[in-house]
Ligand binder design. Structure first.
Ligand SMILES: [Zn+2]
Ligand SMILES: [Zn+2]
Length: 469
């Protein structure tokens, strides 16, 4: 059985909506060029899945329009054939987008006939097996999509996800019934939040102080699918802040990801939760990450952050990155010099994490070296070419958990928009000064990730994320 999803950015959706609804009460059409994200095995259902990631919106020139009314739109297919040529050259999938200004809320028989014909043209030009995505916009904001691969067969997409200032997953079935467990949360934010959270596939990278808290909070809030990625085991010195971990987990050296997953399963909320042992950038974790709609980055690891930063731009997977800085004052000063939290949502077209100076690239290089070649790392450390790990940083559960709360609240706000004042893509809390503020940054002109659109929506590429070595 086919398993398809479509992913759009909010600004692409707005652009498409403007194009297809350009003339009041008349059907309009446009094209969208998409790249594929192929998942061999989804961590939750173990099935293969393909996400179509929108790369470029292409208007249909007015002179190509043949006729249109409230019930139909037809256009000259010269542009279509030219785009097919480009699809073949650049490994793109062609999407056609149209609207039904007054319903029906489904593809019509005419759509079936037209699209089967377009697919025949596509297969004749680009070879059998060529795919065609068809996206339908409703006037109430709804979206549906389906995929044609054979003239006799079309498959409905399981969801169309739109990410931007707001996150919205369009599901063909509408709202799903909400368990009474969430009755008190529904009082605050309604059924629709629950349906959205239940549909979401969420990755939690890091199962430590912030990660274990994020995992528990996301599950309690109603997220339906969670994958937790961590390579570490529970140590006695983690027990002050790991939610759900016990002394016996430390005794038998249980994995942090396994412990978090076990605790979520014990909640009995019906969350599908999968633990994965490994680093974020390990090849066996790739499919799980690509399967996610949203990822929480709860790691201290700089190279992991750089990796997820790329992933967000390639695959349009928003990454909610969190950081906590706790530093003790240098003598003779006493007390804490800093306690501050940062939550950054890495999301197009916003500035990336590297341009926000949220990552230490020197440390990232050392972390990579330590994992890839421990002998060489030790040699460089002896010769003082690398800084090495310093003393452990202070960590206090109330603060690690508060950062996790800020991050999960960010997700809830992206879905329902409860804030009266938007915080933008980055939010800092300075605990020592009772201060909350939004911070912004501009891309550096030389940034390959966010200053240029080259990688935006590239999805699958060889090598993965265009990373060499
Ligand atoms: Zn139609
Ligand atoms: Zn950047």
């Amino acid at each position: 059985m086919s398993n398809f999803n479509v992913v759009l950015l909010e600004q692409q959706e707005a652009e498409l909506r403007d194009l297809v609804f350009a003339t009041k009460d008349v059907e309009g059409a446009a094209y969208v060029l998409m790249r594929e994200c192929k998942i061999a095995s989804d961590p939750w259902d173990r099935r293969s899945r393909t996400k179509f990631v929108a790369r470029e919106v292409v208007p249909i020139p007015a002179e190509h329009r043949v006729s249109s009314s409230a019930q139909h739109v037809t256009w000259d297919t010269r542009g279509f054939v030219a785009l097919l040529q480009r699809c073949q050259r650049e490994d793109l999938v062609l999407g056609i987008v149209h609207c039904h200004p007054h319903g029906p809320r489904d593809f019509s028989e005419q759509d079936d006939l037209n699209e089967a014909e377009l697919l025949r043209t596509a297969c004749n030009r680009n070879g059998p097996g060529t795919k065609l995505v068809s996206i339908l916009f409703y006037d109430d904001g709804g979206i549906r999509a389906r995929v044609w691969q054979f003239p006799e067969h079309k498959a409905d997409c399981k969801s169309v996800a739109v990410f931007g200032e707001r996150f919205r997953v369009h599901l063909p079935g509408g709202l799903s019934p909400v368990s009474e467990v969430f009755a008190r949360q529904v009082l605050a934010f309604g059924d629709s939040l629950m349906s959205q959270l239940k549909a979401l596939r969420v990755g939690i990278i890091g199962g430590g102080g912030t990660g274990s808290a994020t995992a528990m909070l996301a599950a309690r809030a109603g997220v339906g699918q969670i994958v937790i990625v961590d390579d570490d085991i529970v140590e006695p010195t983690n027990l002050n802040r790991l939610h759900g971990a016990t002394q016996s987990d430390a005794d038998v050296r249980n994995g942090k990801a396994d412990v978090a997953a076990r605790e979520i399963a014990r909640m009995g909320l019906g969350v599908r939760v999968v633990p994965l042992k490994g680093w974020a950038n390990a090849p066996h974790v790739r499919d799980a990450l690509k399967s996610c709609d949203v990822i929480f980055c709860c790691t201290d690891d700089n190279s992991g952050r750089i990796f997820l930063n790329r992933l967000a731009y390639f695959y349009f997977i928003p990454v909610i990155d969190m950081g906590l800085a706790m530093a003790v004052a240098k003598p003779p000063a006493k007390g804490m010099a800093e306690i501050s939290a940062r939550v950054t949502t890495i999301l197009l077209p916003e500035t990336c994490l590297l341009c926000r100076d949220a990552v230490d690239t020197d440390l990232a290089r050392e972390e990579d070296l330590r994992r890839r070649n421990p002998t060489e790392y030790d040699r460089q450390k002896r010769e003082a070419y690398v800084r090495g790990e310093g003393n452990p940083n202070p960590a206090v559960v109330t603060f690690t958990t508060e950062v996790a709360c800020m991050a999960v609240n960010e997700l809830i706000n992206r879905i329902v928009g409860y804030r009266k004042r938007e915080m933008g893509s980055e939010h800092r809390r300075r605990f020592l000064f009772c201060e909350d503020r939004a911070t912004s940054a501009s891309p550096r002109s030389s940034c390959p990730i966010c200053a240029s659109k080259f990688y935006w929506g590239m999805a699958d590429s060889k090598p993965f994320l265009d990373l060499v070595g």
